[in-house]
Every structure is written in structure tokens, then in C-alpha cells.
Design a protein around this ligand. Sequence first.
Ligand code: PA5
Length: 475
Amino acid sequence: MKSAAPLLRYDYSGALLEKGGLTGAEVHETAGILAGHRDEIFDVDLPAFAAGQSLPGKDPLDTAFVDMPQRLLAEYETQRDGSELGQILATAKRLSDSVDRVAVLGIGGSYMGARALMEACCHPYHNELDRGARGGKPRMYFEGNNVDNDAIQAVLDMLPCPMKSSDPIDRWAVVVISKSGGTLETAAAFRVFADRLSHAVGGDATQIAQLIVPVTGETGKLRNLANALGCVDTFRVPDGVGGRFSVLSPVGLLPAALLGLDIVKLLQGAVAMTEHFRHAPYSDNAVLNYTAVSHLMERKHNATIRVLQVWSKTLESLGLWYDQLLAESLGKNGETGATPLTVVNTRDLHSRAQQHQEGRRDKMYTNLLVENWRRDPVRIPSSDLNQDNLNQLAGKSFADLMTAAATGTNQAYNGDGRPTADLFIPAVNEHTLGQFLQMMMLSTVIEGRLLQVNPYGQPGVEAYKKNMQAALGMK
Ligand code: PA5
């Protein structure tokens, strides 16, 4: 199941600036140390993880995400329907055939990847299309990611109660995702949605067991609930795969499959990126170069704000997924971790570019640029009414305008000693998204090792949880 699809390309020439930037030599000097950290993942961390050992300073060691795509694909190749991927595809088909709406409950790493995949790969108005135009795939709503009263009511408004017939149009299901099984936001939402579902099917336990699909750890409260409900399909968040590193496990794969995305291609893209990371020479290694440039800009030029400028509206949630990955993995010990910021251009040129062009010099800009658009080009027509003076652009496409804007923005930033780098996505599809997701997860781990912080775990988040539970009088 090899794939020869083109890889993402990283070009950091816009960060090699006399004023405010790096030198090529500085980037090359880090080759040895970065390659050392990379090799350690494969030669030390993965074997230690497989052997169930813990390593000093590396607890938790949630390295299993690295070769998970490869493992899932290999198992699928030999066991097909009996494999985990086969079961995900079967469940997705079962639900797609029987319901028209799915509420996906989860928070943080347990939903951000799925939402990113939906926004990047589906029609931007997927939920508004009729069932035929959606290819028979369900509408999808994300909840359990907040405790916003009106937002949860709004999703409940979308779910017919009672379900009037066996026609999929009248029916809905719940996918509840929580690795720990104890996260309050998701647990509270699940209780509400499970209750509503029970009312919707008149308390029919068989239907409830079919229409609730949990994705959770081997043990925990959600696992216990799943067992008590007798859910026909329950998926496991594998050991050694932390929340924000779990997008390529059932956590992201089940919602993606429900939306009709090609999850085999998604995993193949991730495998291609792991291979590239492992074997490409430093000069050509997108993961290592991206890590080096971002890290050196922070160390040498105080670029503590890492701006990911996505040049497509469909990539906003992908940027937010990365924000979470970077922030929760590296923001530790009171001093480490750049602050991530996703910017959608050209939209945000009209809200942030003033500051980015002339404000404090504490930012590194990485552009995520789409090389080939999915849809036919929209072109500017010529018009008898030329009061807007746009006839000079007649025939130009929106892709031309986007390229001009990105080039012009880089020129303007670089001209003022503000560093940029470009990460080119050949086209937005499952394969390239798999590459991007894996690239950023690998880079984050390598940077954690450079910073000497454990990229896994998020001990700091416990404080608010404890206080919130105390405020609620919970035991
Ligand atoms: O990255 C992480 O580990 C977190 O963002 C978790 O995904 C988030 O807190 C949700 O946790 P859980 O899946 O246990 O409900």
C-alpha cells in the first residue's frame, strides 16, 4: 500500500534575513542535534515503549503515535474486515446507512483533529447539503467541547426527538470520544445526549446500543458506561497515544470515515511523512528544517509567537489543531513553548497585518500555502461598468489573487526584517493532511526534546479541573 503522492515542501528562504533573521549556517549547525533526537525516537523511545519500560525524564512516553499509521495499514492489509481499520469502516457504513446526523462529543485532542479534517476535506457547507449531495454521509455536529448552554441547546434542536421513522433522515447517532473517560465537559454533554437519544427511540435499549459509539481508553467511566449500555461498537484510544497525538487513531478516523473521507489515504500520507522524516537528508528534511527554523527564531530572535498563516479558509481548524498541539505540548515549566497563533489570510490581513508588519518583533510567520485548488477557477469577468477599475484584472482567477497576496505579504514582512517560511501543500486532500498532521506531531516531539520538556502529558490542565469540580461540590 505504498503511495507516490507528492510531499509537502518547506522553504525557509524568507527566514534567512540579514536583519531579524537567521543565516543558512545557523540552520545547518543544528542538523546533528536534531538528527540525534530523531534517531532516539526510533532507536530508544519506540523500543522502550513497546517493552513497557519508562525512561527517566520521559514519563509519560506516548510515542506510539509515530508508527501507529503504519501498524493500522499493515493490519488492514492482512486482516481486512477483522482489522481495526476494517471495523471503523464497517461502523461508519452502518451509521451512514442508518442515520442522517451524528453528534460527535469530545474536547481538545478528542475532537480538534476530526473537525480539522471535516473543514479541510468536506464541502464547506456540508451540513446544509441534502443527503444526496452529501453522498449519503451524515451531517456532523461537534459538542462536548464546552459547557455553553445555548450552544448545546442549538445542537439538540438539530436532532429529531422522537425519531419518527426508520428513514435515515429522521435518525441520528452519538459518537462520544474521551480517552480518560472522565472529562467533565464531554461527560456532561454525553449524559444529556444519551438521555435525549433514549427519549428519541422510546427507551429501546437495542437501538441505544446501536446509536451510541464510544471511543475511549481501555478503562474508565466512559468505558464502564459503554459496557453498561452494551454498545455494539466501542473503539479504543490506544495506550501510548496522548489526546493531541490521537487524530490518526479511531479518535479522528471514525468521524473522518463517517464523513466519507479516505482514511487509508490519510494514513498513507502520515506514513510517507514519517519515512521522509526518518530518511531524508537534513538539507531536504521538512520536519527537521521546520523545527530548526522555528526553534532558532525563538532562541536567537525572541520570536516567541509562532504565527501559522493559512492561505485557505478551509484550513483554519487545522491551524487550531496545531495551536493546541504546540501549546499543550511545549508550554511547560514556566518558561518554554512558543505561543501559537493561527491566522487565515487574506481575511486576517485586515485585522492583524498592521501589528504583524509594524508591531513588536516577536513573531515567526509560517505560511501554509495551497498549490492546487480543488474547484474550477473563479475568474474576474470583464464588465461594461468599470467604475471599480477591475477590467484590468479580467480573466485573472482567485488563485492568482491569492498568490499575489501571499507573495506581496512575504515581501512586505521580509522587507522589514520579519521572517517568513512557506509550507506548500500540493493540494488539500486526505494524503496531504495526513502528512501535515504527522509532520507537526513529529516536529513538536523533537522540539520538546530540544527544550528538555516532555511533550506528552498536560499536568497544568489539572488545576482548573480540580477547582471547577470543587466549585460544583463534586467528590
Ligand atoms: O491533548 C490532550 O491530551 C487533551 O487535549 C485531551 O485530548 C483533552 O483534555 C480531552 O481528554 P479526554 O479525551 O481524556 O476527554
